[in-house]
Write a protein that binds this ligand. Structure first.
Ligand SMILES: [Mn+2]
Length: 309
């Protein structure tokens, strides 16, 4: 019997941060989901996983404070899924991969894809635990019932569907800024399940309360000046430093981190790969915090690549 990973993932080069750790030794597994079939702005997010990896190996990866190189952490890059062009295929294939990774006790790092690619991962993550706190960095709420008209499964409905299809998920948004009245009303009616956080301290206490956490990062949370390559850029957004500080608080404060995703990077409308680059750097900062918090260790595997490095 082949598992979903073996059946569907295709190995890629370069791997994220050039990390060659094996699946067996890893604490977290990277999977790319080339999916942009529910994007409503500019599609092209299917190209993000590969581009993020390409720029990730151009970044310096040594962390002097922690005396470790990110390329040596226990992270296995399992590669990319095939291009997924339907919601059914996404749920079936990415959901199966997420189930396999999470049930083996590892965490998942998912490279999207438009924001709907988070859906199957979150459903599986919720199925693995008593209660799941989902911390969302996003300009938008993605709580629409239909968007566009008559479409129930899209990157603008992802958290509405998640709330409907799970009973144990709590969602907090960090400083969202693009609201529809429909989403505002929905949120007002579900105060127990949905929250807005405005400071790093609020993030810290929210993750402490919810303990088992998944972090979903829509790159449009950043100001378009920092992340122009995205389908629905929303002006007056976060600076990367603020996002990283709050993300760090979430990683350090949570008891367990089931996974992280970065979604909505669109290389087709990017400028000098800046958006892919900031996405990679955010992941690097997340991994650094995970190492500091002892959520991940070093990979002991010594490959040729390590020796030459
Ligand atoms: Mn989003």
């Amino acid at each position: 019997m082949y598992g979903a990973l073996e059946l569907y993932s295709r190995s890629v080069s370069p791997k994220l941060f050039g990390n060659e750790c094996s699946f067996e030794e890893s604490a977290y597994v990277v999977v790319g989901a080339p999916f942009d079939s529910t994007a409503t702005g500019v599609p092209g997010q299917r190209f993000a996983p590969q581009r993020i990896r390409e720029v990730s190996v151009e970044l310096e990866t040594f962390l002097p404070d922690l005396q470790i190189d990110v390329e040596r952490l226990a992270v296995n890059d399992a590669g990319d899924l095939p291009v997924l062009t339907s919601v059914e295929a996404l749920i079936d294939i990415l959901g199966g991969v997420a189930r396999e990774v999470l049930s083996s006790g590892k965490g998942l790092i998912m490279l999207g894809g438009d924001h709907f690619s988070s859906f199957p991962v979150l459903v599986e993550a919720a199925g693995n635990v008593d209660e799941l706190g989902v911390l969302v960095f996003d300009a938008h709420l993605d709580l629409r019932d239909e968007y566009p008209v008559k479409c129930r499964y899209s990157h603008a409905t992802v958290f509405r569907r998640l709330i409907e299809q799970t009973k144990n998920v709590y969602i907090a948004y960090y400083k969202p800024r693009g609201w529809s009245s429909e989403e505002y009303e929905f949120m007002r009616q579900s105060p127990r399940k949905l929250a807005v956080l405005n400071t790093r301290e609020e993030v810290e206490s929210w993750v402490k309360e919810h303990r088992t956490v998944y972090v979903s990062i829509d790159i449009d949370a950043l100001d378009p000046a920092y992340a122009p390559g995205t389908g629905t850029p929303e002006p007056i957004g976060l600076a990367p430093r603020e996002l990283v500080d709050s993300l760090r608080a979430a990683v350090l404060g949570s008891e367990k981190l089931l996974g992280i995703d970065v979604v909505e990077v669109n290389p087709l409308v990017d400028v000098n790969n800046l958006t892919s680059r900031v996405a990679a750097k955010i992941l690097l900062e997340a991994l650094a915090a995970m190492y500091e918090a002892r959520k991940i260790g070093a990979c002991t595997r010594t490959s040729k690549h390590f020796l030459n490095g």
